[in-house]
Design a protein. Structure first.
Length: 377
């Protein structure tokens, strides 16, 4: 008989096997910490950064930068890093030391119509660092593609500049892949589209496709070694526990999930069907004036709805919800940004299954076509 659960201090075979499989997909990353949810996975990173602030920086470099429109979870700790004000509303006061940096949605550029928007948006992060003091900043936490804040793919040049800035000021880079990780964008992880080298990567939703509760915080050997500076100190390690983190069911489901993705070539399918979805959405944009912008990556797309393309005035929130309802009545489930951004909950959100066929993609966009016609005429 095999023991189905024991405290994480002992580990188990499926957890060890999946950790090995996972880091094979993530060159440069070596250490895996298990939790139950994306919120916990991200909070582990924040706790590591705060612990390092005390151990390595005399209490400095404790601040955590997060991006406007990004979202990292539902505990008080990660809500302090919420770039979606409605998600954090009425839960304050929040912990200190969390600082917002500007979004990178070129469609709603903060600097007007400029060249090299991606570079400018990254430089805006550096401006915040200099304002706060580089000696106070320990971490920059970003989604590879902003999800619930409007499906935002950072523009060309953004990620390379972000990496340069982090190295310049000795700031650890955390990529939150809770939404994008494990195939959603057509690669194992969204950050792998950009050639960057994060210090932390977190993931959850795609790990087991909802068949089990599992999340992971993955880091580098360099970060791991920072917690081994004094073997005589009983506090000289990352002190974290998780009731069911790494319990056999989660890693076992994740192993099978990854096998299916590989055996059925679902990364390639995601890329191919993503191109089809993009083409269909652009065709809808030509037909429906209410679609102001189409953006996405792999099988993760958004269509921002506006009442006027010139002014980019967002449609009323209830109208976006009406489109979702009409699609549901036609047997197609889509989402829309909601309870996130005051006045800007106006982006339809599409995340078809990685096994989606061309017929499925066409059915989704056909339903959206009919729904837009019914709601907006």
């Amino acid at each position: 008989m095999k023991l189905n659960y024991f405290a994480g201090a002992a580990g188990n075979v499926p957890a060890a096997q999946f950790a090995q499989k996972l880091i094979e997909k993530m060159p440069g990353m070596t250490r895996v910490y298990y939790s139950n949810s994306g919120s916990e996975a991200n909070e582990k990173v924040f706790k590591m950064v705060r612990q390092l602030a005390h151990r390595k920086h005399g209490g400095g470099k404790y601040k955590i930068l997060y991006r406007e429109r990004d979202y990292h979870g539902t505990t008080i700790g990660v809500l302090a890093a919420s770039g979606q004000p409605q998600r954090a509303a009425q839960y304050g006061p929040m912990p200190d030391g969390f600082i917002e940096v500007p979004h990178c949605l070129e469609y709603r550029s903060q600097w007007g119509d400029i060249d090299n928007y991606g570079i400018r948006a990254a430089e805006a992060i550096e401006e915040v660092i200099l304002r706060e003091g580089p000696e106070t900043i320990g971490l920059l936490c970003l989604e590879p593609v902003t999800a619930g804040g409007g499906v935002i793919v950072p523009p060309e040049g953004y990620w390379q500049k972000v990496q340069e800035i982090c190295k310049k000021y000795d700031i650890l880079l955390h990529i939150d892949e809770v939404v994008c990780g494990v195939g959603r964008t057509g690669k194992w992880f969204g950050y792998q589209h950009y050639g960057i080298e994060p210090d932390f990567v977190t993931m959850a939703k795609g790990l087991a496709s909802g068949y089990a509760a599992i999340s992971c915080t993955v880091t580098t050997e360099r970060v791991f070694e920072m917690f081994k500076d004094d073997p005589t100190d009983p506090l000289s390690y990352f002190r974290d526990i998780s009731t069911f983190g790494g319990c056999t069911a989660g890693p076992a489901a994740a192993l099978e999930n990854m096998r299916i993705i590989e055996d059925e070539n679902l990364l390639d399918n995601t890329t191919a069907m993503g191109e089809r979805l993009k083409g269909n959405l652009l065709a809808l944009q030509e037909k429906h004036q209410v679609i102001g912008d189409v953006r996405g990556l792999g099988l993760f797309w958004g269509a921002e709805l506006v009442s006027d393309r010139k002014t980019k005035e967002p449609v009323a929130e209830h109208l976006g919800q009406a489109v979702v309802a009409e699609c549901g009545a036609l047997g197609v489930l889509i989402g829309v940004t909601n309870r996130s951004l005051p006045g800007l909950n106006n982006t339809l959100c599409l995340s078809p299954a990685l096994i989606a066929t061309a017929t499925d993609i066409d059915a989704i966009t056909d339903a959206i076509d009919k729904a837009l016609t019914k709601v907006f005429g």
